[in-house]
Design a protein around this ligand. Structure first.
Ligand code: KIV
Ligand code: ZN
Length: 384
């Protein structure tokens, strides 16, 4: 059976934890509206207790968004939960996201709490939050470095107290897809009513595995993926949701999963985040980078001209990006140059290319990209 995967976007919360990124309230509303258009199921609009600005932003997003569920983040503390209740009170659809760290290093060095104290805190805070929210999402922070037996105990406590969404954060980007499968197997075996709970993952990219880990979790029981647009976020960032969505689309044969994401809005969404975050998208970034649909080498260009599927598994049209380009450089072949000249209106054939191509090569050796002006110049010389 095809699985339905929910997308939970935390660009406005974890994404804003990127060094140097500070969205204005107006920008947050614009981003939230664009995320709604893109089709995400949940928008994490901020951390209301963190600052007055964050509180106002969550309230403003909650008011502006009509179809998508809005959440705020809260530590397992009554004041945090109260702030979330207030900030989301005008949301049409809402939930809360409560977290506490469960790993030994966080319990001992950061929280100075015993296992028993952490369990007590989960029980009381999830119970408290459940009075105000039908949907309580609970995250055991640093789950992937938590002892497997204690992780089960923490999660079962949250479920028994009323949580219906359990998010597994790979807080420091430590795990890998195989370990994620093992972690889920442990939960499936030991959590009662595993199938009635929405399992979610929240992967960081410290070792470059956030998207791979998110996709692995889909194979192992997660039905909600948390991440950000362009992968922005704390340190090396979060799972890039546009990459997860594109992988689910291209490899539907493998993941057998669907979502509400409207892929044709992907590039526009990415551009907006890049612009407001003042973070240019690297040219070679998957799915939304400037070079994602550009082919330079002669062998690749020749393949693309014969059948685009030779080198393109995803077309730019699907994600709303500009057309595929075949920039002409020193590695380009005669076929691509001939097709470009024909598109420019020149009647050239393979014989003519025997004279034209060496001239092209001599310019290409001296420059990065051979422009239309350069090609016009070559044709003038050839025809003189
Ligand atoms: O990375 C993390 O653990 C988080 C939690 C608050 C979910 O961002
Ligand atoms: Zn995070």
């Amino acid at each position: 059976m095809t699985k339905q995967i929910q997308f939970f976007d935390t660009t406005l919360r974890d994404g804003e934890q990127t060094i140097g990124v500070n969205f204005s309230i107006d920008e947050k509303i614009k981003i939230a509206k664009q995320l709604e258009k893109w089709g995400v199921d949940v928008i994490e609009a901020g951390f209301p207790i963190a600052s007055e600005g964050d509180f106002e932003a969550v309230s403003a997003v909650a008011k502006a968004i009509k179809h998508t569920r809005v959440t705020g983040l809260a530590r397992a503390k009554k004041d945090d939960i109260d702030a979330c209740v207030k900030a989301t009170q005008e949301a049409v659809h809402k939930q809360i996201h409560v977290f506490i760290a469960t790993s030994p290093i966080h319990r001992e060095s950061k929280l100075h709490m015993t296992r028993e104290q952490v369990i007590e805190s989960i029980k009381s805070c999830v119970t408290y939050a459940h009075q105000f929210f039908n949907i309580v999402e609970f995250s055991p922070e640093d789950a992937t470095r938590t002892e497997p037996d204690f992780l089960v105990q923490a999660i079962q406590t949250a479920i028994d107290a009323g949580a219906t969404v359990i998010n597994i954060p790979d807080t420091v980007g430590y795990t890998n897809p195989v370990e994620f499968a093992t972690l889920f197997k442990n939960l499936r075996t030991n959590i009662s009513c595993f199938n009635e709970i929405t399992f979610s993952v929240h992967c960081h990219d410290d070792l470059g595995m956030a998207v791979a880990n998110s996709l692995a979790s889909i194979e192992n029981g997660a039905t909600r993926i948390e991440g950000t647009i362009n992968g922005i976020g704390e340190r090396a960032g979060n799972a890039a949701l546009e990459e997860v969505a594109a992988a689910m689309y291209v490899r539907k044969d493998y993941y057998n999963a669907e979502s509400n994401i409207n892929l044709s809005e992907t590039k526009k969404t990415s551009d907006m985040i890049s612009d407001f975050a003042k973070m240019p998208v690297p040219h070679n970034k998957a799915v939304v980078g400037a070079n994602a649909f550009a082919h330079e080498s002669g062998i690749h260009q020749d393949g693309m001209l014969k059948n685009p599927q030779t080198y393109e598994i995803l077309t730019p049209e699907v994600v709303g990006a500009h057309k595929t380009t075949l920039p002409l450089g020193k590695l380009s072949g005669s076929h691509a140059v001939m097709v470009k000249l024909q598109k420019m209106g020149f009647q050239v054939d393979r014989d003519a290319m025997k004279f034209i191509f060496p001239k092209f090569k001599s310019i290409a050796d001296r420059t990065d990209i051979v422009s239309e002006n350069d090609l016009q110049q070559i044709m003038k010389e050839v025809r003189a």
